[in-house]
Design a protein. Structure first.
Length: 120
């Protein structure tokens, strides 16, 4: 009986990483940061390897009294497989932006989140 419990504990501990959901570890520019120079790329780093066809992000300018304006970006999964890279076609004008992301890893569960950055 003791061997069976030990075996079950071992199996459970080995399968836990497979069932883990990706978590946003860091971003550049950082979440809630104010930057003086407009970034040309945004990088979001996650805890798990991402499935590229099912992961992405959207950058939206969100200024008070103004309709939300989606900023054109090219979004791709980085060479490390654990980052989303948003490449901007042009520098961002001064203002507040929301980065809304969705990612899927090996467990195939979609995880979403968002944060804001300020330019200027």
């Amino acid at each position: 009986m003791r061997r069976i419990l030990l075996a079950l504990t071992l199996v459970a501990s080995l399968s836990a990483p497979v069932l883990a959901h990706p978590k946003l570890l860091s971003a550049s520019p950082a979440a809630d940061a104010t930057v003086t120079t407009a970034p040309r790329t945004l990088v979001l780093n996650f805890s798990e390897t991402l499935l590229a066809p099912m992961s992405g992000a959207e950058l939206t300018m969100i200024m008070p009294g103004m309709a939300a304006h989606v900023i054109p970006t090219k979004t791709s999964v980085g060479a490390d497989g654990r980052s989303l890279v948003l490449t901007l076609a042009a520098p961002l004008p001064r203002g507040q932006y929301q980065v809304a992301w969705h990612v899927v890893s090996a467990d195939t569960h979609r995880v979403t989140g968002s944060y804001k950055i300020q330019v200027g």
